[in-house]
Write a new protein. Structure first.
Length: 254
C-alpha cells in the first residue's frame, strides 16, 4: 500500500511539472512609439518589431502582453523586471548588467540621419557643424560612439521623437537626429507642408540592433528558447520578409 502511495505521489508531481511546463505563458513586451518599427498611436499596436515579437512568441508558444512606454521608461521596466523583452536595442556596457542580448542581432548596418527646418538655413555636412546647435534626440537613445561621446555636441533629450519633429516643424528645435527608417517615416507623416530637409551628414556603421530579455524578469529562463527561435526566424528569412512587407505597405500608402 505504501509503495502504491509513493508511486502515485511521484506520478502526481510528474504530471504537475508537465502541466506547468506546457501551460500557456505570457511575455511582457516594452514598446516605445518608434514607427515604422513600433507604432503605438492606435491599439492594437502595429509595426515591424510587433510582427517580429509575435513571430517569436508563436515559435515558443507564449502570449504577448504589450506595455507602451517612452524609451527611458522602457529601459527602467526591463531593469526592474517589470517587462521581459524589448526590440531595437544597441549593445551598451551599462545595459548588459540587466539585459541578455539575444543573438544573432536581427538588424545590422544602422543609419542615423539629421533633419533641420528649411527656413533656418542650417547646413550639417560634418560632425563639427553640430557644435553650434542643440540636437534634439529621444531620451535614453544611443547612436554611434562618435556622436554619443562628443561632449562638444549639445544634446537636447525629449520624451519621444515625434515631439521633436513637431517642434522642428514649428521652429522650436534646431536639429533632430534619429534612426533613418524611423525619422524618415515621421517626417513623411507630419511634415505636410514640406518645410523640413534631410542634412548631408549621416552615420552609417555596422551597428547591430538586438532583441533583449531582462535578466531580472520572471521569464529570464526563456533565454535559450527565444534565442533558438530567433535563429530560426533569421535563417529562414522570415524577419527580412516582415521588413519587406512593411516597406511595400508604406510605398503603397505614400
Amino acid at each position: 500500500m505504501r509503495r502504491c502511495l509513493i508511486h502515485a505521489f511521484f506520478i502526481t508531481i510528474a504530471f504537475s511539472a508537465c502541466t506547468y511546463a506546457t501551460e500557456n505563458k505570457t511575455i511582457i513586451y516594452a514598446i516605445p512609439h518608434w514607427p515604422p518599427w513600433s507604432d503605438t498611436s492606435e491599439y492594437p499596436y502595429q509595426g515591424i518589431d510587433v510582427d517580429v515579437v509575435n513571430a517569436l512568441a508563436n515559435k515558443i508558444a507564449v502570449d504577448v502582453e504589450t506595455v507602451q512606454c517612452a524609451w527611458k521608461r522602457c529601459l527602467r521596466l526591463l531593469e526592474t523586471g517589470k517587462a521581459d523583452i524589448a526590440t531595437n536595442v544597441l549593445k551598451r556596457a551599462s545595459r548588459e548588467r540587466y539585459l541578455y542580448y539575444l543573438s544573432p542581432p536581427y538588424r545590422t548596418n544602422l543609419i542615423y540621419a539629421f533633419y533641420t527646418h528649411k527656413g533656418s538655413m542650417i547646413s550639417i555636412k560634418h560632425q563639427s557643424d553640430l557644435y553650434s546647435y542643440s540636437v534634439s534626440l529621444e531620451r535614453g537613445a544611443s547612436f554611434t560612439s562618435d556622436f554619443d561621446n562628443d561632449s562638444n555636441i549639445t544634446k537636447r533629450p525629449v520624451s519621444q521623437i515625434d515631439f521633436a519633429i513637431k517642434q522642428l516643424i514649428n521652429q522650436r528645435a534646431s536639429v533632430v537626429i534619429g534612426e533613418s527608417h524611423q525619422i524618415d517615416y515621421m517626417v513623411a507623416k507630419f511634415d505636410q507642408n514640406d518645410v523640413l530637409e534631410k542634412q548631408p551628414l549621416t552615420y552609417s556603421e555596422a551597428l547591430e540592433s538586438y532583441i533583449v530579455l531582462s535578466k531580472t524578469s520572471s521569464n529570464s529562463h526563456l533565454k535559450k528558447q527565444l534565442t533558438d527561435a530567433l535563429k530560426q526566424l533569421v535563417a529562414s528569412g522570415e524577419i527580412t520578409e516582415i521588413i519587406d512587407n512593411h516597406s511595400r505597405k508604406a510605398t503603397r500608402t505614400d
